[in-house]
Write a protein that binds this ligand. Structure first.
Ligand code: ATP
Length: 327
């Protein structure tokens, strides 16, 4: 029989992502609906180790839904990776009488939750919060939709100047080892070519395509480069084109951390609100140690092990679409 939940802890961990505040707000409001208390833990797992914990009431999350970043701050905490660190964290959880934790972050955050929940009898619920969309068990992660909208908006602007000068821009987008951001940004911005970490090919393919385009007197403007692609940095790729093809004046832009900030999109607000609410419902129902997501418009739950160990593939149909529409 699960212990009745009266006090819930919530934290954001790993990289920040737009929509984290909407998730925190939903946790606080859903908990309030059930007459539960919520404790915000600051700076991810570090806050559990340093005792940085504060009661969050409904008013504390007013006017936060539309704000990017995270009101609870986030941090990377090496100490939590050790048993000693997690022992200290447990002392904080006991000191505040917290009966269940909701953690919002990426795979690292889930790994911390997995170890902690195996070692101590505290139920954990994980919510996928990362712009990279690289978490198995959910179609989209909180922050991803906003990030691709930001990237596409930036590329629309770059395209105006690229087109005016007949320049070929190489634009690096985030996503770490995964190509989700690059793939959707490539489709949504109408890129001539998109370098993805998941696909080989690369430079020679791009050169072939540009040569064929030149015969048709077509100039391309935009190449999207996933930061984790295996063909070289965005600068290397631009250099390869300048060295091998005459007539291409290249420029490089890295969109960078702009993709992590900004007001969350409607889709991220709805996703984060839904998952924040469902996380509280899970704890109330005695469900423990699950990662939540939305798959095919329905709530999906899996173990932390499943979320961490399964690799989420890119959608093949989208790759086909990208290639066909770029011609
Ligand atoms: P993002 O995808 O945005 O980088 P993330 O959650 O994967 O988010 P990480 O920095 O990998 O980000 O992990 C966040 C935190 O989770 C770490 O700083 C650490 O406190 C905890 N964590 C990560 N790996 C482990 C582990 N093996 N054991 C215990 N805790 C871990």
């Amino acid at each position: 029989m699960s212990k009745e939940i009266k006090r819930i802890g919530v934290l954001t961990s790993g990289g920040d992502a737009p929509g984290m505040n909407a998730a925190i707000r939903a946790v606080v409001r859903a908990a309030s609906f059930h007459d539960l208390h919520v404790y915000g833990v600051f700076e991810g797992y570090k806050g559990l180790i340093n005792g940085e914990v504060k009661r969050l009431e409904s008013g504390d999350v007013a006017n936060t839904l539309q704000r990017g970043g995270t009101i609870l701050k986030t941090a990377r905490c090496e100490e939590f990776k050790t048993k000693e660190g997690r022992n200290i964290a447990y002392e904080t959880i006991k000191a505040y009488d917290i009966d269940g934790m909701i953690v919002i972050g990426g795979n690292g955050t889930y790994t911390g939750a997995k170890y902690f929940s195996e070692e101590f009898d505290i139920p954990f619920i994980g919510l996928p919060g990362t712009i990279d969309n690289d978490i198995w068990g959910t179609d989209y992660t909180i922050g991803y939709d906003t990030a691709i909208n930001t990237a596409i908006e930036a590329i629309d602007k770059i395209r105006d100047t690229a087109d005016s000068h007949n320049r070929l821009f190489f634009i690096e987008v985030m996503g770490r080892h995964a190509g989700f951001i690059a793939l959707d940004t490539g489709i949504g911005s109408g890129a001539a070519y998109t370098f993805l970490p998941e696909l080989d090919g690369g430079v020679s393919h791009l050169l072939d395509m540009l040569k064929k385009a030149a015969i048709r007197k077509k100039m391309f403007n935009i190449v999207v480069v996933a930061e984790g692609n295996a063909n070289g940095s965005v600068h290397d790729l631009a250099k390869a084109v300048e060295e091998n093809l005459k007539g291409y004046d290249t420029r490089v832009t890295t969109i960078g951390h702009m993709q992590r900030g900004g007001s969350p999109s409607a889709a991220d607000r709805v996703l984060a609100s839904t998952l924040g609410y469902e996380a509280v419902e899970c704890l109330v129902k005695g469900i423990k140690n699950k990662a939540l997501g939305i798959v095919d418009s329905r709530l999906f739950m899996c173990t932390f092990d499943e979320a961490i160990n399964n690799r989420k593939p890119l959608n093949d149909a989208k790759i086909e679409l990208l290639n066909v529409l770029a011609i």
